[in-house]
Structure formats: C-alpha cells, structure tokens
Design a protein around this ligand. Structure first.
Ligand SMILES: Nc1ncnc2c1ncn2[C@@H]1O[C@H](COP(=O)(O)OP(=O)(O)O)[C@@H](O)[C@H]1O
Ligand SMILES: [Mg+2]
Length: 330
C-alpha cells in the first residue's frame, strides 16, 4: 500500500469576480504531497500558481466568486473548517508560506528577531524566552547569525532578508511549507544557497515543500514531484524524473525543450503564442491553440488522465494509454 499523502487536493477551484467577468484562476486542480516530499509547481506568469498557494493558506482577496474543492491535511478536512478553526489549527502552524516578494514586505520598524517570533507569540502564545530559543535555532537552520536578531530589515542584504522570511515560515515547524517564487529576485549564488538551505531542512526535518517557480533549472535540484500549471489547471503531475526526462503533455515537452542545456548547439525554442484568458477560457483543451499535436478531440476538455503510477496528464493523446481510463486523479 502506498504511503498516505500529507496533503490531498481534489478538484480545487478559486474563481475571482472581476469587472470583465469571472476569472478562473484555479480551475479544478488535483494533486497530493507526501511527507518529506517536495512538489515543484511550474507555469508561466498568470497561470494561477499564487492563487493556488493562497487558496491552500486561505489568504483570499475580497472579490472571491467561488472557493471550493476538497483539501485533506492528514486526517483534517481543511475545507470543512471555519475560518477561526483554520487560523488556529492550520494556518502558519501546520501549513506555512513564504509569499511572493515577501522579503520586501518585512516590517521596516520591527527587529527581524521579533518578526520571526511573532507566529509563536501571537498564534501559539509562547513566552518571550521560549520563543527566542526557537527563533535562535531556526536562524541557525537557515544560516543567519544570532546577532542578526537585533537588526532591522534595511540592515540586511536581499539574501539575508529572504532567509529571515524563510525562518518566519519554518519557526512553527510546519508539516508543509509553501514557497512562492522564493528565489526569483535573487542573484544566482544566493539562489543556490537558499536552495541548499531548503534541501537540508527537508533532509533533516522531514518537512514537505510546495515550491512555486518558473525556473526549471533551480527546481530540478529539490523536486521529487513536478506539477505544470496552464490557465488555471494542472496539465501534468508526475515524479520529477519522469517529468524532466519523459514529459507526457505537449506543453511539458515544449517547456523542457525551451530549457537551455550545456551541450546544446542550437538556441532553445521559445513556446509560440499566448496563454488563453482565464475569463471565459476556450471550451476544449486550453492549450490546443498553441499545441502542435492538436486533433479533433481537443475541442472537448480533457480530464486528468492517468498514464502511470502517480502520473496524470490532461491531454487526449494519452487517452487509453494505460491506467484506469480517465477517472483516476493524482
Ligand atoms: N484578486 C484578484 N482578482 C482578480 N483577478 C486576480 C486576482 N488575483 C489574481 N488574479 C488573476 O488570476 C490569474 C492568476 O494569477 P496568479 O495566481 O497571481 O498567477 P501566477 O502566480 O501564476 O502568476 C491572473 O490572470 C491574475 O491576473
Ligand atoms: Mg505568482
């Protein structure tokens, strides 16, 4: 019997109300993450990655039109929890997040040590001394010297601020940490050292990660699993090895072909065309417009099809190519 997932998401939907209509930012997303597993979520800007992360942490804007689906965290039916119970029992304690551009959102007038202690002090009601001990340990884990506790954000480099933000997410020892483009504003060396911190924490603490990025190269270092999003949906969810070496969805194949390689003579080809609108997206497959392999069937929307062990693809090319028909989901 396979290991039970830590997080199980089924048919998650987060739609926004806008002046032009309903924007289907997260539109029927299903996946799971096991303990000590890192899922990398890839996808072009605007495909719904941040919306997915915010839906899981229930950090929602006012213009939500619909928010539904199934989210199980261990035995907890997350979507059944009221807001108060969710904030008390799940948000920041069991699931934490490093938000996109968070390192620029640190409070400029509060010492970073106090900011990192805040989830413990405010949410968990820890004493100042107990919180301080934990913060010191967390700073060690992320590679920030203890005397930085007393500093203000403006006294730190970008890389140090990003470590502080990471410490904020880790300080409660959550089971799952969601990172939304945690290294995209940093130089290559700093990116690499942050990825090393994540890998070490994963190894030493058994934490699970959902890492959102559009950088295939960086993500390949930590990924156990990969999900590729397109226009509010996951078009492929697979083990990292399968995704990087034998991607099944035409979009995944094109994405992988667009990643520069060391020994490649020719320039990698960019993917021509634009993603569709999330307001009234096309009726059939959302990638069909840009897909070199489209055929008649693509006028109908494909469900996620199972093509292997924990491997699902939203593409008619794979209908009937093994697995239990069309029903199974990641
Ligand atoms: N509060 C909101 N109201 C309306 N539309 C939004 C809101 N937040 C995001 N969107 C739209 O939802 C889509 C997905 O956005 P986002 O989740 O930020 O994508 P990504 O993180 O992949 O770039 C985009 O088209 C974006 O413009
Ligand atoms: Mg985003």
């Amino acid at each position: 019997m396979a290991a039970r997932p830590l997080l199980r998401v089924e048919d998650l939907q987060l739609h926004y109300r806008t002046r032009r209509g309903i924007a289907r930012a997260v539109d029927g997303v299903s996946f799971d993450i096991r303990a000590n597993e890192a899922l990398v979520v890839l996808g072009e800007s605007g495909c719904g990655k941040s919306s997915l992360a915010k839906a899981l942490l229930r950090i929602l804007p006012r213009n939500v039109h619909s928010f539904r689906g199934q989210v199980m965290l261990g035995d907890t039916d997350v979507m059944a929890l009221g807001d108060e119970a969710f904030r008390r029992d799940v948000q920041w304690t069991r699931v934490a997040m490093v938000m996109q551009a968070a390192m620029n959102a640190l409070n400029p007038v509060v010492r970073v040590g106090e900011q990192v202690a805040e989830p413990l002090r405010v949410h968990a009601g820890w004493s100042r001394e107990r919180a301080r001990e934990r913060v010191v340990r967390t700073f060690e884990q992320v590679g920030v010297a203890t005397d930085f506790l007393q500093r203000y954000p403006f006294e730190l480099s970008g890389g140090m601020r990003q470590r502080v933000v990471l410490a904020m997410a880790l300080v409660t020892e959550p089971e799952l940490v969601i990172l939304d483009e945690p290294t995209s504003a940093l130089d290559v060396l700093t990116q690499a050292s942050i990825m090393n911190v994540l890998k070490r924490i994963k190894r030493e603490q058994g934490t699970s990660f959902m890492l959102i990025t559009h950088d295939v190269a960086t993500s390949s270092e930590i990924a156990d699993r990969v999900a590729l999003m397109y226009a509010g949906q996951m078009v492929e969810v697979a083990d990292a090895d399968a995704f990087f070496h034998e991607p099944a969805h035409p979009y995944s194949q094109m994405l992988m072909a667009s990643v520069p390689r060391l020994r490649q003579q020719t320039e990698p080809a960019p993917i021509p065309g634009q993603p569709p609108e999330l307001i009234e997206p096309p009726a059939g497959c959302r990638f069909a417009d840009r897909c070199p392999r489209r055929f008649d069937r693509c006028a109908r929307e494909p469900e996620p099809l199972r093509v292997g062990e924990r491997h699902h693809v939203r593409c008619w090319l794979h209908a009937g190519s093994g697995g239990a028909g069309g029903g199974g989901r990641a």
